[in-house]
Design a protein around this ligand. Structure first.
Ligand code: CP
Length: 327
């Protein structure tokens, strides 16, 4: 972070309890409520003809992506630009990382160019926390390997709140590749802090060994699980993390889709209108068929839309913890 006190164009009256967003585990229910209320205001801004506010015009943000991304990267960049921040994008391919530069050296070199905040996606669990301990900038975890994806969980819970009017007491089913999913862990922490009930469903081979410690229900029969829930979040099968030929944890994608995929026939058999979610990118025909992904009760694109307002709220609230003077 640049050493001088910066000029703030607006400051929130309430603050987050954390200086970084490393994971949902570190947030209080009050922090999440503050992020949601702040996002409500930014959602209104995003529906104006001019979708921009000057709140972060004194702030420079570096987006460091060491892993591929479409939604998260575009959403953060849009959120930053809607807040009038200066933005610099970095991806590891084509950078000096390939010449052996360490993560801390890479980030400190970027910070030497007067960057205040770092949004980072990295394949290693704990990378964001490591960075927060070694560099002088606000860190936002845009997911760290199989660990946490905090802004995804925030936008997911926010989308449930928008669709159903509440999160407390809602029965949320998370289906699929729990073992490799940062979305699952962050969703579990977020939903539990907000008072939702959580059930996990998937093959035993895609459940982490520590599942019993998470305080969630576990059901291996998808039809039973779907009858229980109000919301089904159909996780992506993370083919790139399965090992072997990409499907080491189950016999075939066809069998996975038969047992754990949601098609229209299975959806109609549930006998009630459950809300369908997916963090993306979708493997169409595996986790959900196109008829379900594009169904009237699917809020998959609402999740993406809400991601911008949620990330604006997170960046705005974290920037408020950088020493700045009013202009
Ligand atoms: N949901 C999500 O993180 O998508 P991307 O990998 O495209 O960013």
């Amino acid at each position: 972070m640049s050493a001088t006190t910066k000029s703030a164009t607006s400051v929130p009256s309430e603050q987050l309890s954390t200086e970084h967003l490393l994971g949902i585990k570190d947030l209080t229910a009050g922090d999440i409520d503050l992020i949601f209320r702040t996002a409500d205001g930014f959602k209104e801004v995003l529906n104006r003809p001019i979708k921009k506010v000057p709140s972060l015009r004194d702030i420079t943000i570096a987006n460091l992506f060491f892993e591929s991304s479409t939604r998260t990267r575009v959403s953060f960049e849009l959120a930053e630009k809607r807040l009038s921040a200066d933005v610099v994008n970095f991806s590891s391919s084509g950078s000096s990382v390939s010449k052996g530069e360490t993560l801390v050296d890479t980030v400190n070199n970027i910070l030497a160019m007067k960057v205040d905040m770092v949004v980072m996606r990295h394949p290693d669990p704990g990378a964001a926390m490591f960075l927060s301990r070694h560099v002088d900038a606000r860190i936002v975890n845009a997911c760290d390997g199989t660990h946490e994806h905090p802004t995804q969980a925030l936008l997911d819970a926010y989308s449930i709140r928008e669709k159903l009017g509440k999160v407390k007491g809602v029965k949320v089913l998370i289906v699929g590749d729990i073992l490799h999913s940062r979305v699952a862990l962050s969703n579990i922490f977020c939903l539990q802090k907000l008072g939702a009930e959580v059930m996990l469903c998937g093959p035993t081979t895609l459940m982490p060994r520590y599942v019993a410690s998470l305080g969630v229900k576990v059901e291996h029969d998808l039809d039973k699980a779907l009858r229980w829930c109000d919301v089904a979040n159909m996780l992506r099968i993370q083919l790139e993390r399965q090992g072997g030929d990409g499907i080491a944890n189950f016999p075939s994608l066809r069998e996975y889709a038969m047992l754990y995929g949601l098609d229209l026939e299975r959806y109609n058999r549930i006998g009630k209108n459950i809300v369908v979610m997916h963090p993306g990118p979708i493997n169409r025909g595996v986790e959900v068929t196109s008829q379900v992904a594009d169904h009237a009760n699917s809020i998959i694109l609402d999740q993406v839309e809400n991601g911008v307002a949620i990330r604006m709220a997170v960046l705005y609230l974290l920037a408020a913890r950088i020493p700045r003077t009013a202009v």
